[in-house]
Design a protein around this ligand. Structure first.
Ligand code: FES
Length: 508
């Protein structure tokens, strides 16, 4: 069983063994590359660079696959969430062709890794289907087909789809794939260590400078390195990329079917947000994985609602025997449809980042691994310019924006909420949290399973937005840039790198 950044268990968690790193941190040693983040991007990048002869260390703030890698639905596809007609509109036809080429190479790399390291992760190639269900969607499907073909992805109309859902028109794209993502990453981590790499868990990067070599501060000591790569899904600190990536949550369920009628392909409808379906075989047992009902992080007051909608959608079309897992996870939608992979904006030195994958994180993880390796190894690549995070134009007044947001005066919350008032406001069930307002001031309350009330300052330490309670994952989620905290306010995922402030209720 592996840990994840939420209370719900994904299908991958209870069918994977936690990885136990065998290496010890060696602070005295200089590294060529520090990779912050032990998900699929961090581990695959680290392996690639270690194999190229560099000394690499992966620093994971929690445990491997703790973030979105443990909550993905693991589609390996060249049919992307941002369709090729949108990409061509923003980056030209040549840009769309390069994207198609990059994601094809990504899928080939995954397959090659599986063969090279003999990874048992139930990898299977599959055909993807995109289907329309009304006139407007059909029109859009036609324009997607045209742009997809033009980008170089072989696509054809088909009269059948693998899911029992009525449709008007459908496209099929062959040579896509699916696998068990965390088994894959754990095997890559083993290969990385065997190649001489170092992995340290529970090690958070807390600060860095811009010198050469870089000095990276962590909760386990300082490390010197030539390069730092943030593979943390979104980088910590305050950066232009935070203003260009919107955090979203997606909902997924793993289902056993009564009639064993599991779909063979990957299928996607065209609603906004869309639904997606696929089958995963794990140790001989098939599961239908269905997902959707996405919304902006912390914009759904009751996160049971998307789960209820998704379940009723699944039951409408499938003969459900049992829902074995339900979980939600986070992704970052980029402003112009392409991820930001390369030099971190505003950091001219050797600090790199990969973020803004949209809903195609598994596919883009290996685009990032290849591209980041090209930069570090000084190999020319047409993708460097295409995915460059510095394509974001500096925003006038950005520096002031940061200053104003960071300098917000700290509220003396305890002065406005008496102990009695807090207990009066904490009218919630054990295991639940809520934001309460009193006399113009706000407080986050969480009642633990024993009934004890914990009070937290709801101001996110990143840029001071107010967090919301995520009822189903039992987390505090920030609507602004997607930082997430456990019920006690301890940081789970960035961009924040500090906990929410705990309020001591014992104080007079
Ligand atoms: Fe930026 Fe919370 S994540 S303010």
């Amino acid at each position: 069983m592996i840990a994840r950044d939420g209370a719900n268990e994904s299908l991958w968690q209870n069918t994977s063994q936690a990885y136990i790193p065998t290496t010890q941190i060696d602070i005295s040693k200089n590294y060529d590359v520090v990779i912050a983040g032990g998900g699929i991007t961090g581990i695959s990048t680290a392996l690639q660079l270690q194999q190229a002869g560099l000394r690499c260390i992966v620093l994971e703030a929690h445990s491997l696959c703790f973030g979105t890698t443990g909550g993905t639905t693991a589609h390996l596809n060249t049919l992307l969430d941002t369709p090729y007609n949108t990409i061509a509109g923003n980056f030209g036809k040549e840009g769309a062709s390069l994207v198609a080429q990059a994601v094809r190479e990504s899928l080939n790399t995954v397959k090659a890794n599986i063969e090279r390291y003999q990874i048992d992760c139930n990898y299977e190639e599959a055909t993807a289907y995109l289907f329309s269900q009304d006139e407007d969607q059909t029109k859009e499907l036609e324009s997607i087909r045209e742009a997809t073909v033009e980008a170089g992805v072989a696509t054809a109309y088909t009269s059948t789809i693998p899911v029992p859902i009525p449709f008007e028109k459908a496209l099929e794209i062959k040579n896509q794939a699916k696998f068990h993502p965390t088994r894959y990453v754990m095997a890559l981590a083993k290969a990385f260590e065997e190649a001489g790499g170092t992995i340290i868990e529970n090690c958070r990067v807390t600060a860095t400078d811009n010198a050469d070599p870089l000095v990276i501060k962590t909760n386990q000591g300082d490390i010197q390195t030539s390069w730092l790569i943030y593979a943390t899904h979104i980088p910590p600190g305050v950066n232009l990329v935070h203003l260009r990536c919107a955090p979203y949550r997606s909902y997924a369920m793993a289902v056993r079917l009564a009639d064993e009628n599991y779909p063979a392909g990957l299928a996607y409808d065209m609603y906004d947000p869309y639904h997606y379906y696929r089958t995963q075989l794990i140790d001989g047992t098939p599961y239908l994985i269905a997902g959707g009902e996405d919304h902006k992080t912390a914009h759904e007051e009751n996160t049971n609602t998307p789960f209820a909608k998704l379940e009723s959608h699944i039951r409408k079309f499938f003969n459900v025997k049992e829902i074995t897992n339900r979980w939600s996870s986070q992704y970052f939608e980029p402003a112009d449809g392409l991820p930001y992979i390369g030099h971190m904006p505003g950091k001219p030195g050797k600090i790199l980042v990969a973020t803004g994958y949209g809903g195609n994180g598994i596919t883009y993880s290996h685009v990032a691994a290849r591209l980041l390796s090209s930069i570090v190894l000084n190999i020319e690549s047409p993708y460097i310019k295409l995915f460059d995070p510095n394509r974001i134009k500096p925003i006038a007044g950005f520096t002031n924006f940061v200053k104003e947001n960071v300098d917000v005066a700290k509220q003396l919350i305890t002065g406005f909420f008496s102990k009695e008032k807090i207990h009066e406001l904490a009218d919630i069930a054990p295991g639940e949290g809520k934001i309460v307002k009193h006399d113009g001031h706000t407080l986050a309350l969480y009642k633990d399973e024993a009934g004890q009330v914990h009070a937290i300052n709801p101001r996110c330490p990143h840029l001071k937005c107010t967090v919301s309670w995520n009822l189903t994952e039992k987390t505090w989620d920030c609507p602004c840039h997607g930082a997430r905290y456990n019920a006690n306010g301890e940081v789970l995922t960035g961009p924040a790198d500090m906990d929410l402030e705990k309020i001591n209720l014992q104080k007079p």
